[in-house]
Every structure is written in structure tokens, then in C-alpha cells.
Design a protein around this ligand. Structure first.
Ligand code: KG4
Ligand code: ZN
Length: 347
């Protein structure tokens, strides 16, 4: 039995979790997530403020996670911390703290890739969310379509060429006068919207595209954001139009995500699709995915909202795999704004 403390400070949540187990049988003993609400005032994450807030919260957040798990520092077998991708100043708080903890206790340290964490999140709740599967990771900063043959063996099929899916939601939310981060407000508003009023193009969804084509799996969401901006400018009564705009935007984005995921699952004959990242909280998306894939015998697995958004449990979960592979990070572990997921190969 292994017990790992996970730490996540890549963006605007300070989070710590304790997980215990072996192989794919891992139990979450605690998870503490402290969200930095201060950024709402600015309509986006302010890096310097994020770093300072992590500094203030990291000690009590870790202490609370240990307490809730009924665990002492001496009971830990390893410390896992997100070291990439993210805001470097924010990452460094977790990395420095994790290093100090590992060094002082003489236990292994593991630097974990944030997106690999998102990939493992569903496995915390669904025993079936294990490879092989098709993965769609949709967050505020990334949109990744992967074929996951085994843990650690990832083929990158498609990514966004410009804005990430969550970023598109957040920008459209801003255009519609909704709070930050706006994904869930757009989803709520879209529920009341008329799907027939605004039709936005589905970028990179050519009917005759073939798997060998560049745009078969790729995404692009900046065009739709401009299209929404133009529609907002052309609107005579934005209050009356905004639910319909939210609906038109979300339908276009969801159609694209579902189509590309279907293409990947189909091409690799996968029976499971795993979603991860904050946009995976979108229930309209999950329903559309199921409606399209389940009749073909493909199960769609999504993490619950608390695990889909940034949290340390997913980091500790990914660390179990890396730890059992014998991987360890040195005390020279650094933070990086961006880097590829370990074990990923381009398609
Ligand atoms: O994974 P995450 O918590 O942080 C990053 O790693 O970026 O994802 C945050 C993103 C934000 O863009 C947020 O608007 C979006 O997830 N999001 C949603 C929903 N809930 C959160 N997007 C669409 N629908 C939602 N219900
Ligand atoms: Zn994330």
C-alpha cells in the first residue's frame, strides 16, 4: 500500500490531496481545494496575485489535507507536485514546497504534468476509466485529443491551433457580460436559448476529411469567438439575444468536440471515451457525447465537476502510475510554463 500527497498550484486553485492504494486500486483519502476568488474582479487570472495567494495558502491547505486523511507526514511514501504546464510563479510555490517536504522527510518527489493529471481524474471515480481509451482533455488552456493505449503511452491526435475550448467559453462569456470564469454561465444561459437563431460555422469539420489530413482531428476556436463578437455588435437588443447567442456558440463548439472524438474512437476502435478538464463539467456536452457514441457501443466517462476542474487528487492519481514505474524527480525539479505530456508521441 502506497500513500501519496498531491499538490497542485498551476493556476488559481491551491489544492492538496492524500491518496492511498496500489495500481489502479487507489482511494482518495482527502482533497482540499482553495479557489482564489480574487481574480474575478479582474476578469482573468493575474499571475503575480495567484503566486502570492498560493504562498499564503499552501501550508494550511496541505495541513488540512493531511488532517482530513488522518495521515501524518511520516506516513507518506511520496510527494507529487504539478511542475508543468501553468503559470511559472504559481507552479514554483507548489514545487518549492513539495521539494522541501520531500527533502525534510527523506521521501521521493515526483513532478507531474498537469494535463496527465486531468487524464487520470476520471479513474478516481470510474473503475472503467483505464486504458485503452480515447481521451478528450478540455481545459482553460488546452484542448487535447489523445489515443491512450496504456498509461504513459499517449498518441496526440489533435490539439487546438489557437484558443482552447475553455478559453473560447470564457471569452464568449465576457462578450455576453457574464462573470469570469464564464463556462458554466454560458452553459446555463444556453439552456434557455433558441438553437435556430444563430448558426456558427463548425471550424475544421469538413465532411470529406480523411484521417491523414491535418485538420481531421485538429481544433480551432478563435473564429467562432470573432463570429460571436460580430453578432453581439450587430444585435439591436443584446439582453434579448444573449441566450440565443450562447446556444448557437455552445452548439457549434459541442458539435466539433463530439465529431472529433467520434473520429478518434472510431479510427482506433476504442470502446471507452474519457473526458477531463474544466469544460468536461459541461453536462450538455456530456449528453451530446453519449447520444452520439453510446449507440455505437462506446461508453463515455466523465469526472464529477470537483475532479474535472483543477485539483490535487488527479495529480496524486497520476503520480501513482509514475511512482510504480520507478520514476523519481530530483531536487533540481523546475517549473515550466509549457511542455509535452510525458510519453506522448505525435500521430
Ligand atoms: O481544468 P480547469 O479547471 O483549469 C485549467 O486547467 O484551465 O478548466 C477551467 C475551464 C474554464 O475555461 C471554465 O470556463 C471551464 O473550464 N468550465 C466550463 C464549465 N465549467 C468550467 N466550460 C463549459 N461549461 C462548463 N460547465
Ligand atoms: Zn487544468
Amino acid at each position: 500500500m502506497t500513500r501519496i500527497l498531491g499538490i497542485e498550484t498551476s493556476c488559481d486553485e491551491t489544492s492538496a490531496a492524500v491518496l492511498e492504494g496500489k495500481g489502479d486500486q487507489v482511494t482518495q483519502k482527502s482533497l482540499v481545494i482553495l479557489s482564489q476568488d480574487v481574480h474575478r474582479v479582474f476578469g482573468g487570472v493575474v499571475p503575480e496575485i495567484a503566486s502570492r495567494a498560493h504562498l499564503t495558502s499552501i501550508v494550511p491547505v496541505v495541513a488540512r489535507a493531511l488532517e482530513e486523511a488522518g495521515t501524518k507526514l511520516d506516513d507518506l511514501d511520496a510527494v507529487a507536485v504539478t511542475n508543468t504546464p501553468g503559470l511559472v510563479g504559481a507552479l514554483l510555490v507548489g514545487v518549492s514546497y513539495g521539494k522541501a517536504l520531500a527533502f525534510s522527510r527523506g521521501i521521493p518527489l515526483l513532478g507531474i504534468h498537469h494535463m496527465e493529471g486531468h487524464l487520470f481524474a476520471a479513474a478516481l471515480e470510474h473503475p472503467d476509466a483505464v486504458p485503452p481509451f480515447t481521451a478528450l482533455l478540455i481545459s482553460g488552456g488546452h484542448t487535447l485529443l489523445l489515443d491512450v493505449e496504456a498509461w504513459g503511452k499517449y498518441q496526440l491526435l489533435g490539439a487546438t491551433r489557437d484558443d482552447a475550448a475553455g478559453e473560447a467559453f470564457d471569452k464568449v462569456a465576457k462578450l455576453l457580460g457574464l462573470p469570469y470564469p464564464g463556462g458554466r454561465y454560458v452553459e446555463q444561459l444556453a439552456l434557455e436559448g433558441n438553437p435556430k437563431r444563430f448558426h456558427f460555422a463548425r471550424a475544421m469539420v469538413r465532411k470529406n476529411a480523411l484521417p491523414k489530413d491535418d485538420d481531421y482531428y485538429a481544433f480551432s476556436f478563435s473564429g467562432i469567438k470573432t463570429a460571436v463578437l460580430n453578432a453581439v455588435r450587430a444585435s439591436a437588443d443584446i439582453e434579448a439575444d444573449k441566450a440565443d447567442l450562447a446556444r448557437g456558440f455552445q452548439d457549434s463548439l459541442i458539435d466539433t468536440l463530439v465529431e472529433k472524438t467520434w473520429r478518434a474512437a472510431n479510427a482506433f476502435s476504442r470502446q471507452r471515451v474519457v473526458l477531463g478538464g474544466g469544460v468536461a463539467c459541461n453536462r450538455t456536452l456530456a449528453t451530446a457525447m453519449r447520444t452520439r457514441l453510446e449507440p455505437e457501443g462506446i461508453t463515455v466517462l466523465t469526472p464529477s465537476p470537483r475532479l474535472a476542474t483543477d485539483n490535487a487528487a488527479m495529480i496524486a492519481r497520476a503520480a501513482f502510475f509514475r511512482f510504480e514505474q520507478g520514476e523519481r524527480s530530483g531536487l533540481d525539479l523546475n517549473a515550466y510554463a509549457s511542455s509535452p505530456i510525458p510519453g506522448v508521441v505525435a500521430a
